[in-house]
Write a protein that binds this ligand. Structure first.
Ligand code: G3H
Ligand code: 13P
Ligand code: ZN
Length: 284
């Protein structure tokens, strides 16, 4: 199948009360693992690349690998820019056959976030490319801030309503207590805030920083309107643990395929687990 736009995948998920997994890729093995896992689960899937992934692998490689994986698959695959921060980056993805972009203006004042998001929407929507934006600040687990400082960065429901009505964005990433990376403790999600946002906003909601969030909390978030769940850290953990095990068990091994093969298999396994958790198995 050719790459598809993300918007319809998320609208179907919203209708069916499940979420589509958005999995970060950095190399060929991870792209293959994401699409194989989706194929095995008969699930739609979003392959996403951060600016760091694009810098590491090259945008042409990320796009070509994902396009090929999608063409060989029978399930719908979208290719999405994760946390794009500039118009130029978005356009570079557009030129390289991405079917969806995130424009993350969450560090900007509200008016500027709205203006940047609208500039992107105007440019890419006529091309059938979907747009995710972020409101509120989803930090990293390393951020050394107190609970009240963290809550001050959460998405304000009234602002979310204004943001969506003034941008008509396809999906909105919100801050309700998750963070990127490995958590030190167990994250607590602000479900009341999510409920309030859902009441005021009708577009699909995106949960970032979802690795390490307890399964029950992920399911609760999906039942309250989350339609896209982003996973990166759990992939890194599975991939590296499997490769490391080969290096430790067989220190003389010099064939990279003997390390990256098991790493790819471990990645398929964790992604299949997530797809089942998100309820998108069999929805392709
Ligand atoms: O949102 C953050 C993702 O985990 C991407 O991380 O910028 O290190 O590729 P990265
Ligand atoms: P995690 O690395 O915490 O899973 O977050 C992924 C993410 O939100 C990518 O945008
Ligand atoms: Zn993120």
């Amino acid at each position: 199948m050719s790459l598809v736009s993300m918007a319809q995948l998320l609208l179907d998920a919203q209708q069916g009360q499940y979420a589509v997994g958005a999995f970060n890729c950095n190399n060929m093995e991870i792209v293959q693992a994401i699409v194989s896992a989706a194929e095995a689960e008969k699930s739609p899937v979003i392959v996403q690349a951060s600016q760091g992934a694009i810098k590491y692998a090259g945008i042409e490689y990320i796009a070509a690998m994902t396009r090929l994986a999608a063409e060989q698959a029978s399930v719908p695959v979208a290719l999405h820019l994760d946390h794009g921060t500039s118009f130029a980056q978005v356009m570079s993805c557009v030129r390289n056959s991405f079917t969806s972009v995130m424009i993350d203006g969450s560090k900007l004042p509200l008016e500027e976030n709205i203006a940047l998001t609208n500039k992107v929407i105007e440019a890419v929507r006529p091309l059938g490319i979907s747009v995710e934006a972020e409101l509120g600040k989803i930090g990293g687990t390393e951020d050394d801030i107190t609970v009240s400082e963290k809550e001050a960065l959460f998405t304000d429901p009234a602002e979310a309503e204004r943001f969506v009505s003034e941008t008509k964005v396809d999906a909105l990433a919100i801050a309700i207590g998750t963070a990127h990376g490995q958590y030190k403790g167990v994250p607590e999600l602000d479900f009341q805030r999510l409920t309030e946002i859902r009441k005021r906003v009708n577009v699909p909601i995106v949960l970032h920083g979802s690795s390490g969030v307890p399964n029950e909390a992920i399911q609760e978030a999906i039942s309250l309107g989350v339609c896209k769940v982003n996973i990166d850290t759990n992939i890194r953990e599975a991939f590296v643990a499997a490769a490391r095990k080969v290096m430790v068990d067989h220190p003389q091994e010099i064939d990279p395929r003997k390390m990256l093969g098991p790493a790819r298999e471990a990645t398929v396994a964790i992604i299949r687990e997530k797809i089942r958790l998100f309820g998108s198995s069999g929805k392709a």
